[in-house]
Write a protein that binds this ligand. Structure first.
Ligand code: TYC
Length: 149
């Protein structure tokens, strides 16, 4: 693979090899002739990385394990949706037992809203859609939304 760019830092030279760091990556270069590295540094060949010449390289391995973002699903109060319907929604879509579902419904009723669960983006989105669809089907104005944690 041909590569033309200027190395930021020549870290090591050995025989006809040079080791340079470009944009945080270590490359092994093969010089094209006997001249100095600087003269030839825009004229090198990038080598494969499958030999053991990298021993002792100073670059840090990149270990990126990002924590998934989580989303709160919120249920909002209104004056018309029947309490039993809300309890049913909490049982059916959020796996909440009947007593706890009643308590949570009352919390929404009295305080205006409550978090009914925390999920990954897609799961939260699905739950919101399911609740809104069922409410619409039964012509209740129940509102369910999601928010980044
Ligand atoms: N406030 C509604 C009523 O009195 C009950 C209700 C509870 C509605 C929770 C929505 O998310 C809600 N019938």
């Amino acid at each position: 693979m041909g590569l033309v760019c200027a190395p930021l830092l020549v870290v090591y030279t050995f025989h006809k090899l040079a080791f340079v760091i470009v944009a945080n990556d270590l490359y092994k270069l093969v010089l094209m002739n006997e001249n100095s590295i600087c003269k030839n540094m825009t004229n090198f060949t990038m080598m494969s990385d499958n030999d053991d010449t990298d021993v002792g390289l100073a670059t840090k391995p990149k270990t990126k394990t990002e924590k998934p973002k989580m989303y709160k699903v919120l249920l909002l109060n209104d004056d018309f949706t029947p309490m039993e319907f809300v309890v049913h929604v909490l049982e059916r879509y959020f796996g909440i037992g009947s007593e706890q579902a009643y308590g949570l419904m009352m919390q929404v009723h009295q305080k205006g809203m409550a978090i009914v669960g925390v999920f990954s983006h897609d799961v939260a989105e699905t739950k919101v859609m399911q609740v809104m669809e069922l409410a619409k089907k039964h012509q209740h104005p129940l509102q369910c939304t999601m928010e980044k944690e």
